[in-house]
Write a protein that binds this ligand. Structure first.
Ligand SMILES: Cc1cc2nc3c(=O)[nH]c(=O)nc-3n(C[C@H](O)[C@H](O)[C@H](O)COP(=O)(O)O)c2cc1C
Length: 208
């Protein structure tokens, strides 16, 4: 039985393209492993707060004040979910050329020296391994090639954040041109669904 951690971060509720496609990815995974345990975090509720001067020491792994201890407990819980997961599915809309601040807040709580990465004389080392990550990226515009590519601070950033903690097996599924009208939106959704069907047997089954 595998563990699947699902993170959604779109603020658009039922109209969200990334939520729709994340659900498709999870359906593919659970079809292959019906006993899989799915843990879901909806980051859009902003219950994972931004770091503050009062909480940062707790999240970084030190600090003894009640507020720091509380922050540390949330960070521990999120790191625990991440460690337990065999597969992590992330819905990541592009917001202002990067990721939603709620998703950034999640990363701020799980990137912790000594827990998910370490520093040594040879540089930083990710401490997580053997996990598969599938990221659904939804974007109003087009960034895969041409002039928009230089403004893509979403995918390279996510690759860096994930790689930093040892999550290097990452598949990105891009739904682009969502803002170009209903036909373009449908085309983007169908494109990702086709990509998913194409990679499902080859890649997703490895995680189940
Ligand atoms: C606050 C906000 C900022 C956005 N910034 C960008 C952007 O920089 N580039 C872009 O192509 N689309 C941008 N969009 C459009 C979203 O990427 C697009 O609507 C996408 O479908 C959102 O994902 P979702 O459908 O899962 O909510 C933005 C949307 C919002 C709400």
């Amino acid at each position: 039985m595998s563990n699947i951690l699902v993170l959604n971060s779109s603020l658009s509720g039922d109209a969200s393209v990334s939520r729709l496609l994340v659900a498709d990815v999870v359906a593919h995974l659970t079809a292959r492993d019906p006993g899989a345990k799915v843990v879901s975090r909806d980051l859009s509720d902003a219950k994972i707060p931004h770091l503050t001067p009062e909480t940062v020491a707790g999240v970084r792994g030190a600090g003894m004040s009640p507020v720091e201890t509380q922050a540390r407990a949330l960070s521990d819980a999120l790191i625990g979910e991440l460690r337990a997961a065999d597969t992590i599915v992330i819905g990541a809309p592009m917001y202002n050329f990067s990721i939603p601040s709620t998703l950034k807040a999640w990363f701020d709580h799980v990137l912790r020296a000594g827990a998910t990465f370490s520093y040594s004389e040879s540089g930083p080392k990710g401490l997580l391994s053997g996990k598969q990550v599938i990221v659904v990226e939804s974007r109003g515009g087009f960034y895969s090639e041409g002039p928009g590519a230089a403004n893509d601070f979403q995918e390279p950033y996510l690759r860096t954040l994930l790689g930093f903690i040892g999550l290097t097996d990452v598949t990105f599924l891009r739904a682009e041109k969502i803002a170009f009208g209903p036909d373009a939106r449908d085309q983007a959704i169908n494109g990702v669904r086709a990509d998913l069907a194409r990679i499902a047997d080859r890649q997703l089954s490895a995680a189940a």
